[in-house]
Design a protein around this ligand. Structure first.
Ligand SMILES: *[C@@H]1O[C@H](CO)[C@@H](O)[C@H](O)[C@H]1NC(C)=O
Ligand SMILES: *[C@@H]1O[C@H](CO)[C@@H](O)[C@H](O)[C@H]1NC(C)=O
Ligand SMILES: *[C@@H]1O[C@H](CO)[C@@H](O)[C@H](O)[C@H]1NC(C)=O
Ligand SMILES: *[C@@H]1O[C@H](CO)[C@@H](O)[C@H](O)[C@H]1NC(C)=O
Ligand SMILES: *[C@@H]1O[C@H](CO)[C@@H](O)[C@H](O)[C@H]1NC(C)=O
Length: 218
């Protein structure tokens, strides 16, 4: 009886953990909210969350994900042309809608940090990056995030002064090209990567306990 209860509890526990992992949502969207909260608290305009910009930010971190130094600085310099020749096509951003980029912030860290901690400890840790966040020229923003091979987590924020919702338009009615890895803001598709692995893992453990439970009742 005690054993049966234990198995039941373990199954419930796994499912609760699973729900927590899935509930995690999209950290790139959370970072956009954090940026907007920071701006609006200082009476600056709210920025439009652009999935086209977000997807290009994801391409940026994809390109740079293995270039995080041992002291968490980004050693990576994509060229201007990469944006129009690589990042936009990889996302399915319609090129005629490509607009001016008014800034970018990149950061990496050897482990996953919650978006609020990543904002203040990784991305906006000096005056220069804070003044970039607060720049009045921006009208839209996009965030990309990915975990690299060496266990580093990379974040990129892209800003633009484009006319909101007529710029960085994604083809296929706004869906763009499906991304295999990472997260980007403005996307209706949940993140892939770290969280997915943990939910598969928890499901397997949960199934294991269910199996043991059934075995005990045979
Ligand atoms: C650490 O960061 C500084 C810049 O802040 C850089 O100049 C230096 O090369 C870095 N050291 C290593 C070992 O990556
Ligand atoms: C990444 O780092 C390597 C080694 O330092 C360098 O050769 C390469 O150009 C860097 N990648 C980018 C996109 O800057
Ligand atoms: C804001 O961004 C624009 C466009 O990148 C730049 O020209 C301007 O100097 C920035 N303003 C400040 C106060 O940094
Ligand atoms: C905005 O972010 C910066 C950097 O983390 C922080 O120092 C500042 O207090 C924030 N401002 C508001 C109003 O939240
Ligand atoms: C652009 O955004 C506005 C509101 O922000 C919305 O009313 C309008 O339908 C949008 N236009 C397109 C083409 O999506």
């Amino acid at each position: 009886m005690v054993k049966r209860l234990f198995y039941c509890e373990m199954i419930v526990l796994c499912h609760l953990l699973l729900a927590a992992a899935v509930d995690h949502g999209n950290p790139a969207n959370d970072l956009v909210d954090i940026i907007n909260n920071n701006r609006t608290a200082q009476k600056l305009s709210h920025l439009n969350d652009s999935p086209g910009l977000g997807c290009m930010a994801l391409q940026y971190v994809e390109l740079c994900k293995d270039n995080c130094t041992s002291n968490n600085t980004v050693n990576c310099k994509p060229s201007e042309d990469d944006f129009t020749e690589v990042f936009a096509p990889n996302c399915g951003v319609e090129l005629p809608t490509f607009d001016i980029l008014t800034g970018h912030i990149v950061g990496c860290q050897s482990k996953y940090l919650e978006p609020l901690v990543a904002f203040s400890n990784v991305l906006v840790k000096d005056k220069k990056s804070l003044s970039l966040v607060k720049n009045k020229s921006h009208t839209e923003v996009g965030v990309g995030m990915v975990g690299g091979h060496k266990g580093h987590f990379f974040w990129c924020v892209l800003f633009s002064s484009g006319q909101t919702n007529s710029t960085f338009v994604l083809e296929n009615h706004g869906l763009g090209i499906k991304q295999k890895k990472g997260c980007y803001s403005g996307s209706s598709i949940p993140c892939s990567g770290g969280h997915k692995i943990s939910s598969v893992f928890l499901n397997i453990i949960s199934m294991g306990f269910l199996f043991l439970f059934l075995l005990q009742h045979w």
